[in-house]
Design a protein around this ligand. Structure first.
Ligand SMILES: [Zn+2]
Ligand SMILES: [Zn+2]
Length: 452
């Protein structure tokens, strides 16, 4: 299953025993196998037996069952593997308390393996069921739409807020290209969007290392770059559902999960573009504003980030002005604007921001020093990692994917505020925190007011 352009063999990566890398960490992948080929579902029952399953608890919804349910059941029945099936309804469900509760309420305790048939939501719920029951999980992917297949966290809605919780990584992911290539086009576009995000995340990881001295692994970054390149090289085939394009996106997404698993942090796979997406999700939950698939939002977020970096490159650090901007900042006034824009989702963010490094004067001064003395290095990283905004915009436009908030039904005029809030989501060093440290947050945010 070697991907021609990158030469990365996914299964070779997974078979590698845990090893100590030059970055200082011991890298190990929790995913044991990925079968990404035409007819892969025909190997499902043998996988179940190989990993000790005697009866499987299947989770699917009406849509994912329509995509892959019957071949899954056929293969299990052919090999005499008993199962209990729990099917969620057709409506677009959130992985919330009700849905997770339903998965447990129907759980058959004679099952000793969990089988997810689906993509984002089914995947998130099944990983929680696997974690809680302690049973291994096999995932039959129905769409290459997001990079969570190989991760051990789930994104859920709890008490009306989107949060990330610990869950179980699958033992095997089965990606049958006969199923995946027939996924809704918007879901394949979304998968590509979640991959394009990696331009930004890898770039920001390197900038974070320069400014804050945080952990970084070049091997992990190199894996992501190679997978991303294969996706982009093959992206032209997405509209015709070319199996090579679909395979590249699927493998890229799984590989991203493995790379994040190796690193033990989400740094290599998620940066400011994902925070744009988080904020759109938060507003959708709180105010019912329009939203789109995670990866579609990440694609738009990636373009926003690329515009912001292109503006940043034209500016020069001015430490005196940066310190003055920091001193003049009215934290309480900002938090009240934040609460107005996000509703109750703002509270945990404000709680975290109160003690955050970015608002500490001494830490700010230290970071500003490092930024100014390493400015050329930061510019070189941006140049090395980021493609031109125009090139990515053309790519997404040709695929018929949204390229700005308005294409998703959101007012473009809100984008500056969304950008400014991204710095408060977590203490991750990203474009908005860099701009904040330089006293240039408003200057960068202003690019989102211009036509693009
Ligand atoms: Zn490493
Ligand atoms: Zn993502």
């Amino acid at each position: 299953m070697k991907t021609e352009n990158t030469g990365i063999d996914l299964n070779e990566l997974m078979r590698r025993p845990p090893f100590r890398c030059a970055c200082g960490k011991i890298h190990r992948a929790h995913l044991k196998e990925a079968l990404i080929c035409e007819g892969a579902i025909g190997r499902l029952a043998s996988c179940v037996k190989k990993y000790g399953g005697t009866k499987v608890y299947i989770l699917a919804d009406e849509n994912t069952f329509a995509a892959a349910g019957q071949p899954v059941l056929n293969d299990l029945e052919k090999e005499n593997v008993p199962y209990t099936l729990h099917r969620f309804g057709k409506e677009r469900a959130e992985p919330d308390e009700k849905m997770i509760g339903s998965a447990f309420a129907h759980f058959d305790h004679s099952c000793d393996m969990i089988l997810a048939v689906g993509s984002g939501v089914i995947n998130d719920v099944s990983k929680i069921v696997a974690k809680t029951t302690g049973h291994p999980l096999i995932t039959v992917a129905t769409a290459p739409s997001m990079d969570g297949y190989a991760s051990s966290t789930s994104s859920i809605v709890r008490d009306g807020l989107k949060v990330s919780v610990d869950s179980a990584c699958p033992t095997v992911v089965i990606g049958d290209l006969a199923v995946l290539k027939n996924a809704p086009l918007q879901m394949i576009r979304a998968g590509l969007g979640d991959m394009l995000a990696k331009y930004i995340s890898v770039c920001e990881w390197r900038i974070g290392r320069i400014v804050t001295g945080e952990y970084y692994c070049e091997d992990v970054a190199a894996l992501i770059r190679a997978a991303l390149k294969t996706c982009v090289d093959n992206a032209g085939g997405i509209l015709t559902r070319d199996p090579a394009a679909v395979k590249a996106v699927t493998e890229g997404l799984i590989l991203s999960g493995i790379a994040a698993d190796w690193a033990g942090v989400s740094r290599p796979v998620s940066g400011v573009e994902h925070y744009f997406s988080h904020i759109w999700d938060m507003r959708a939950l709180e105010f019912g504003t329009p939203f789109d698939l995670h990866g579609i939002q990440c694609g738009v977020g990636t373009l926003c980030a690329l515009r912001g970096y292109e503006r940043l490159k034209t500016l020069l650090p001015d430490p005196v002005a940066a310190k003055a901007a920091f001193a003049a900042f009215d934290k309480e006034a900002w938090f009240s604007r934040l609460r107005g824009f996000l509703g109750k989702a703002a509270d945990p963010m404000i709680g975290g921001a109160k003690t955050a490094d970015r608002y500490d004067p001494e830490q700010h001064a230290a970071r500003l020093d490092r930024i100014c003395s390493h400015w050329n290095e930061i510019l070189a990283v941006i140049k090395e990692e980021l493609p031109p905004f125009a090139a990515v915009k053309t790519l997404l436009t040709e695929l018929g994917a949204p390229v700005n908030p308005a294409d998703m039904g959101l007012p473009n005029g809100e984008a500056p505020m969304v950008f400014k809030i991204t710095k408060d989501i977590r203490d991750k060093y990203i474009l908005s925190t860099l701009a904040w440290d330089l006293g240039l947050l408003d200057v960068i945010a202003a690019v989102f007011e211009e036509e693009n």
